[in-house]
Write a protein that binds this ligand. Sequence first.
Ligand code: 7RM
Length: 665
Amino acid sequence: MTTPRGQPRPGTDNLLESLLKENRKFPPPADFKAKAIVKDRSLYDEAERDYQAFWAKQAEQNLHWFKKWDKVLDWQPPFAKWFVGGKTNVSYNCIDRHLASWRRTKAAIVWEGEPGDSVTLTYQDLAREVQKFANVLKSLGVKKGDRVTMYMGMVPELAISMLACARIGAIHSIVFGGFSADSVRDRVNDAQAKLVITQDGAWRRGNVVPLKVAVDDAVKDNKYVDKVVVLRRVGDKTPVKMQEGRDLWWHDLMAKASPVCPAEQMDAEDPLFILYTSGTTGKPKGILHTTGGYLLGVTMSTKWVFDIKDDDYYWCTADIGWVTGHSYIVYGPLSNGATSVMYEGGPDWPDRDRFWAIVEKYRINILYTSPTAIRTMMKWGTEFPARRDLSSLRLLGTVGEPINPEAWMWYHENIGKGRCPIVDTWWQTETGSILISPLPGVTATKPGTGTTGLPGIAAKIVDEKGKEVPPNTGGYLVLTRPWPSMLRTIWGDQQRYVDTYWNRFGKDIYVTGDGARRDEDGYFWITGRVDDVVKVSGHRLSNIEIESALVSHPSVAEAAAVGRSDAVKGEAVAVFVVLKQGQKATPELKQTLRQWVGEKIGSIARPDDVFFTADLPKTRSAKIMRRLLRDLAEGRVLGDTTTLTDPGIVENIKQQYIAEGKEEA
Ligand code: 7RM
């Protein structure tokens, strides 16, 4: 295993250095605290006394159950079952229970579309659309437990599809619209999806990204998919070929569908969705979340962390194709009966003030975005937020990667005008919901740290042997107690679930894959991944996946991919490529390879730097020395190279680096 980035390598890690110097503290503003849902530490104390009783009480008070559970937790490490025997339905909790009150006419989803479209769906509207689409699913033969893959942009119909699946017990698997046809194929095949939902094309900065053609390619030789539902979004802008007997238009199906479809009574442990995420091998992992525990995790964290109230307009800028969108655009907010704003487009279209224009238009109160977005805005300059009225904002959040204190301060001053608490929320696809975060009315924040575990969550930092380390020492971030929204398994690969998360320090210790340290206040400072996972603009990618894409190119013999730090994106991808005999290392080939990876995986994976090398640095046991390559890609002084088979290789790569002017002075 590589050295955790939490282990300081002096003079090498800018982020870590700035984190170590950070000691500004921001207590909750008095007026915020006075009105906050959580004002004191009693929830933490209660959870520590008996975490199972604590979660049971929350589940009882905050969710609707058709039948109460027999047992709160069945924990056979590393397998957990929560609310055993309980019956509930996620769609019922997110919709039906709000219909009995004044919330029936409240805005559930406020959608801001790209070329000037906008739509507001009240809870009643949502109830109608979801039930209609649930009936469509049934009419297409989708049954409880069947998998449905969605490959869509940020349209309300995506949320409607999710809730319709949840309503009838079908398991959804959403593939981010920026992924390639190959990625869709792998995910559809792995889940053995019966149905795919897509749209003709998606709007992106005034252009159309075709989606249906990618699905055609992805399901070409597929044995399981028997129907493809196509939403018309861009119309004449992109022609689609509808395959007779397989492809059906969303609007045709919906026109005939009945708006009455009662929610299925689901077992608390019935699967809700699969979401593929990059791990340390080339094959993405299908993270499986179930019904009751996941719903409780997102419901409580939304309430506690975002302090969501009935008159709030809440906007999470993530894409629903990632877990943040699942949990904090759709399920968490809707379960709380909140108004969730959903935006289809990019941050700089038609202009760089688009986010702030949306905040102004809807008078957004709570904004949840990523450090990359904040750093991008920071780079664009304060004139863009200054153009707009941001006075409605009362709470700001970030997620996806560590936030550097400079970006935190910029967010605090220029967006929050020094008035809004910032919640830096740490979590993963696997954790289902936020686990480490300040509570805005309780916790004094410091720029760059997610502070402490939420009520009921137990986290610590351990060394190579699993022993807890003293304050301010880097190590591995682990979780030492099961939590309701934890993943249950990896779809179709139980062994990989055990091996990836529970095999290093004991079968009841969850290994997050992150390096971190804890300060004297007990706050967690996440320093980044310690495995072969990169976070580019907060998007999770696997080094090995990128390497596999590269070696599938006819000119490439061998490849290594690493993440290097990037001032805006957090991390960027650098690749080292060994060409096959007779292939010429040309600038054109570099371009071709960058594009190739973009086509194989998705444009987010396109490498920033491509280096050609005659050989890759390997240990005597033939392992690629990625740490060394990372050092090289960052232009750092090289560490120990004594275990290398041929130190000359490194020298060659270094020379190339210098020749391209990448090394610091
Ligand atoms: C929600 C999400 C998970 C990985 C995780 C970390 C990194 C996420 C933060 C963070 C520092 C944060 N899911 N990460 N949030 N690092 N501070 N607040 O991003 O599955 O795509 O990625 O993201 O490395 O392990 S994810």
